[in-house]
Design a protein around this ligand. Sequence first.
Ligand code: NAP
Length: 333
Amino acid sequence: MRAITVTKPASLDALTVRELPAPTPAQGEILVQWRASSLNYHDYLVANGSLPVVDGRIPLSDGAGDVIALGEGVTKWKVGDKVMSTFFPKWVDGKVNKAKTIGLGGDTVDGCAADKSCVAQDAVTAIPEAYSYAEAATLPCAALTAWRALMVEGGLQAGDSVLVEGSGGMSVFALQFAKAAGAYVYATTSNDDKIDQLKKLGADTVINYKTDPKWGATINKLSGGGVDHVLDVGGNTTLGHSIDAARVGGHISLIGILGGFTAEIMLPKLFGKQMRMTGISVGSAEMQDAMVRAINIAGIRPVIDRSFSLEELGAAFRYQETGQHFGKIVIEY
Ligand SMILES: NC(=O)c1ccc[n+]([C@@H]2O[C@H](COP(=O)([O-])OP(=O)(O)OC[C@H]3O[C@@H](n4cnc5c(N)ncnc54)[C@H](OP(=O)(O)O)[C@@H]3O)[C@@H](O)[C@H]2O)c1
């Protein structure tokens, strides 16, 4: 079968397709033929060597495909079922703990950049009814993170206000979920050409974070005292603004590191506003199932910017690197 591996020293140029033996499912495992994947910033950091992985690791956390064989004792799936990966294969349900986050697809265990792989029967969920494989492959990391930040940790209510930052995969899903739930959405982008696209998806107010150096304060003012929920994606480049934008008693989901791995913040602002901050790392299979139920009912479709083949994975990451994309970049096998 075809697979892409991260060969050390890792670089986007080293992502080449190779032939590996097809795996056989062990007890409790299913064999999945992957049909599509999608790119997340985390995958980019693995592929370019910023995150250390073992030599030969198969990257990409997200995948959607068909169950093509069952190991002994598999009761949950049958051959032909359409499934998608989960970011933490061992976090099936309940609250998170260390054991549930060991084994992260495309990082500490092999991911979906291969024609086939064997996974535990609990490490996949059903895809939304009307979705293509490419659409389903956009969900496991980006969409679930947005879902958990808003609906699980944030407890979003109709009428709440939400700030989503940038127009990448996670933020665009957050915009879509927030609108479907009846929220007022503030969005930011560095690119004026993307303002209309964000508005078409329902963003009520869009601010260019490059041309407004005090965009957090601007959103606080426009919202009449701050927003209820912020999904922070930049860390050092955004967190101060996120705190400024949030209301007293608001909730900030700490999600991204686009501006670097560390951030300097004004602590008095944080406790002065009596805010909650939650570190979010994707979610569980149980949350993924809940998100899919909502997607089926609300009819939400992912925004796919562009599709590449598996052989073009390096080029797909180079495109992601430019930041030109709006929503998700997918890989179709
Ligand atoms: N914790 C988790 O569970 C989790 C899950 C998913 C993603 N994430 C994180 O969330 C972030 C976004 O991920 P993604 O996969 O959605 O990325 P992505 O699709 O590559 O999106 C990147 C977009 O964010 C905006 N951006 C870039 N640099 C920025 C900066 N310094 N400050 C503010 N915005 C910036 C740009 O949008 P414009 O062109 O509109 O400016 C860019 O197109 C990443 O840091 C990723 O690691 C975390």
